[in-house]
Design a protein. Structure first.
Length: 316
């Protein structure tokens, strides 16, 4: 169980002791801090109650969701914890390394040692000597080279992850192609299903995340569209297309100022490299989405101009 971020509850208590008058607010940080305090005292039922109250107020907060997953394990609800950790990786933040360590532990407990190995290796590759790096390294050692008293046997302990990763990527690419076809045809619900499966197979895929974001947007699911576009920026901070998607989404929901701040940056950006095949395909789909987007022609023109400037072929 990780510590709560911030000390909002402590500040409120300290202010009260000094005789200051403070207004009680049911804010999500207070609920979360209460949940962590109960968890540290092993009052897991109460901890779950308060953490869920915090999540109700801030449903996409990864700290809240991760701590809920930890509490689920303590309550012997490991499969639910697996589902929640995967939700964080697939939908919100694929770079949240602690989720991979947690999944490794959960799959190990469930007896799925192949999956456990895959996620422990992923964590070590991301964090090296991170907060739980030595633990993960030790677990990996025993899983690869089982000794006396350690009853794990993998058919191919060395190179297993590489093979599993290739299978995941291949599966993700096939699902991506199917999703792209449905998105092109305007069948957004089926496109969403295919892209979600593509991300489940390979969470690091940026292109499927962008397409899923577009499909959500066209299907009227604006909150999820923003979530997926933001998740691309977790993987690649400089992803221009994800930012342009957000500019469109902000404008659609009435946040014209936020949209303008993004667009003003692109007025100074220039394309400096030859675009890749994937970037060309993403550009094409973004243009197709703009044609049907429920916004005015002026914004469409600005967004289309920014994309063309960014992804125009570089003259050699």
């Amino acid at each position: 169980m990780s510590d709560a971020r911030g000390n909002g509850l402590d500040k409120k208590i300290g202010a009260a002791k000094k005789g200051k008058i403070i207004q009680y607010t049911q804010d999500h940080n207070l609920y979360f801090n209460l949940g962590v305090k109960h968890a540290m005292r092993k009052n897991y039922a109460d901890a779950m109650k308060y953490v869920e109250m915090a999540i109700e107020k801030d449903p996409y907060n990864t700290d809240y969701l991760f701590n809920k997953a930890c509490i689920l394990v303590e309550l012997k609800r490991t499969r639910e914890s697996v589902k929640l950790l995967n939700y964080i990786i697939w939908n919100i933040d694929p770079t949240f390394s602690e989720c991979y360590f947690g999944l490794g532990c959960n799959y190990f407990e469930l007896g799925n040692f192949d999956k456990a190995l895959q996620y422990f290796e992923k964590y070590v590759n991301m964090e090296g000597e991170g907060s739980m790096g030595s633990d993960a390294q030790e677990i990996l050692h025993y899983m690869r080279f089982p000794g006396d008293g350690f009853e794990i046997s993998l058919e191919s302990p060395i190179g297993f992850s590489e093979k599993a990763l290739k299978r995941s990527r291949d599966s993700s690419m096939k699902l991506h192609a199917a999703g792209s076809m449905y998105l092109h045809r305007g069948n957004y619900k089926e496109a969403i299903r295919q892209f979600e499966r593509s991300i489940m197979a390979y969470p690091e895929t940026k292109s499927s995340r962008l397409r899923l974001s577009m499909a959500y947007y066209m299907n009227g699911q604006l909150a999820l569209a923003k979530l997926l576009a933001s998740s691309v920026l977790k993987i690649q901070k400089s992803n221009h297309l994800a930012k342009l998607c957000l500019a469109l989404y902000y404008f659609t929901e009435g946040q014209a100022d936020a949209s303008e701040r993004i667009l003003s940056v692109f007025a100074r950006v220039r394309n400096k490299k030859q675009r890749s095949r994937q970037e060309s395909e993403d550009h094409e789909f973004y243009e197709q989405m703009l044609n049907s987007a429920p916004v005015g022609d002026e914004l469409k023109s600005r967004l289309s101009g920014a994309v063309n400037k960014l992804y125009a072929p570089v003259k050699l």
